[in-house]
Design a protein around this ligand. Structure first.
Ligand code: SAH
Ligand code: SF4
Ligand code: F3S
Length: 435
């Protein structure tokens, strides 16, 4: 039996898919290289904005054709959209055999039993399941041999008014620290060099188990073989001095941070219920810049939240210009079911949102170009994670892609690279030293 998983959405979904693959392999499934060759096709969905929803609906339309060609193929839908709208999917798409949400991935073996005998298996849990920790005992099938995602917490207790995640991922729950450390140890024993800790709100890690995030960072840092530690995503409000000091002091902590600010206007931030002001956010950035050597930033921004005026938007542009992010991910506001902002009128036209997005991206383009030029003739540490034809590819500690020429085999190694050329998206360089 062969499976194929198509994953939408964020790193949480990517890592969940890696886990689902691990579970399926314990059930005797093997990977298929394409959908058409699989006996079981699973869509791991995202519902953060309306667009990802539409993508899933349209892909389900395609998959229906697959099923009419081969009636034996089983179709599954899971992830955030399944958690939010699983029953709607079940009724609109009667050919879907298996639907489960984000809180019962560990129940896949049981659900598959049902599917195998020709039943439809639909299970969406409203409450978190205390048994979900058994997920940790399943293997994880990863594509990248050198950089690994490690989920350290699930859910989110923040109440950002635009956001569907608290409804799709449930309450915040931190994974047992020993289980995380064991996983990290086994990853480095198997050749992984970079540990990327993930969760919707990792800076809040450990609040429920009285084990602060900075302590987890310290303990991971001590594990021999961990060359790099990254984490995504942090919330500015939980970005405490403790964490900043720890980032500054650990030798294997990277000097890059993704810290979404969403909007620059205090009035909009309050409507979004982000619980900070523009000045507070800029203070965190200042502190990070002063403590962590050569730190770079990326961020998320929402454009056109209800009632956003041109003046509000100018504050967003001001933050972009003040911080100088290397990368900005901007999204037009999209009204989501269940969220507190759902009752607010989505009053800004698509034209205004598009215009603001265009202006923001233009400003950002100039900043990125300027920041990229800084790398010219510098020596950067790069962790080489891929090879395409004769070029090795890796990321700097600041999270910039780098193409490297080398006569030695440097795959899976950390190397010092002299940057010879800077582009908009990536750098080119030659190896100086293998570390
Ligand atoms: N937990 C992370 C991000 C979660 S979602 C955090 O708090 O930063 C990823 C990004 O999607 C968000 O940072 C936000 O910029 C965007 N997003 C979330 N809900 C949205 C919505 N309703 N409309 C547009 N963008 C949204
Ligand atoms: Fe959504 Fe806010 Fe939680 Fe991020 S912190 S997942 S934006 S509710
Ligand atoms: Fe999407 Fe769910 Fe991630 S809604 S962004 S896949 S947490």
């Amino acid at each position: 039996m062969k499976y194929f998983i198509k994953t939408y959405g964020c790193q949480m979904n990517i890592n969940d898919s890696e886990k689902i693959k691990g579970i399926l392999q314990t059930q005797g499934y093997e990977p298929a290289t394409k959908e058409e060759d699989a006996d079981l096709v699973i869509l791991n969905t995202c519902t953060i904005r309306e667009k990802p929803d539409q993508k899933v609906w349209s892909h389900l339309g395609e998959i229906k054709k697959l099923k009419s060609k081969n009636p034996n193929v089983k179709i599954g839908v899971c992830g955030c959209m399944a958690q939010r709208a699983g029953y709607e999917i079940a009724s609109k798409m009667p050919f879907v055999d298996l639907i489960f949400g984000t809180k019962n991935i560990h129940n896949i073996p049981k659900l598959l039993e049902d599917v195998k005998v020709g039943n439809r298996a639909i299970e969406i849990l409203e409450e978190e399941d205390p048994l979900e920790n058994i997920l940790d005992s399943y293997p994880t099938v990863r594509d990248n041999s050198y950089c690994a995602y490690v989920t350290i917490m699930r859910g989110c207790d923040k109440e950002c008014t635009y956001c569907v995640v608290p409804f799709t991922r449930g309450k915040e729950r931190s994974r047992n620290p020993q289980s995380i450390l064991d996983e990290v140890k086994s990853l480095v024993d198997n050749g992984v060099l970079e540990i990327h800790l993930i969760g919707q709100n990792v800076t809040a890690y450990g609040k429920d188990i009285d084990y602060p995030f900075y302590k987890l960072l310290e303990n991971i840092s001590k594990i021999e073989g961990v060359k790099r530690i990254r984490f995504t995503t942090g919330h500015p409000i939980d970005m405490t001095d403790d964490i900043i000091e720890t980032m500054a002091s650990l030798p294997n902590m990277v000097n890059h941070l993704h810290l979404p600010f969403q909007a620059g206007s205090d009035r909009i931030l309050e409507l979004m219920k982000r619980n900070y002001t523009k000045a507070y956010y800029l203070n965190r950035i200042e502190k990070l810049k002063s403590k962590v050597k050569d730190i770079t930033f990326s961020t998320d921004i929402i454009i056109g939240f209800p009632t956003e005026t041109e003046e509000d938007f100018q504050h967003t542009l001001d933050v972009v210009q003040t911080v100088e992010f290397e990368q900005v991910f901007s999204f037009k506001y999209s009204k989501r079911p269940n969220t507190p902002a759902y009752h607010m009128e989505d009053d800004l036209s698509d034209e205004i949102k598009t215009d603001r997005m265009k202006r923001l991206l233009e400003i950002q383009k100039a900043i990125t170009s300027k920041l990229m030029r800084r790398y010219e003739n510098t020596v950067q540490k790069v962790l080489v994670e891929d090879k395409k034809e004769n070029t090795y590819i890796g990321r700097t500690t600041t999270n910039v892609w780098c193409n490297i020429t080398s006569s030695n085999d440097i795959l899976g190694k950390e190397v010092e690279v002299l940057i010879t050329k800077t582009g908009f998206q990536s750098l080119d360089g030659v190896v100086q030293n293998i570390l």
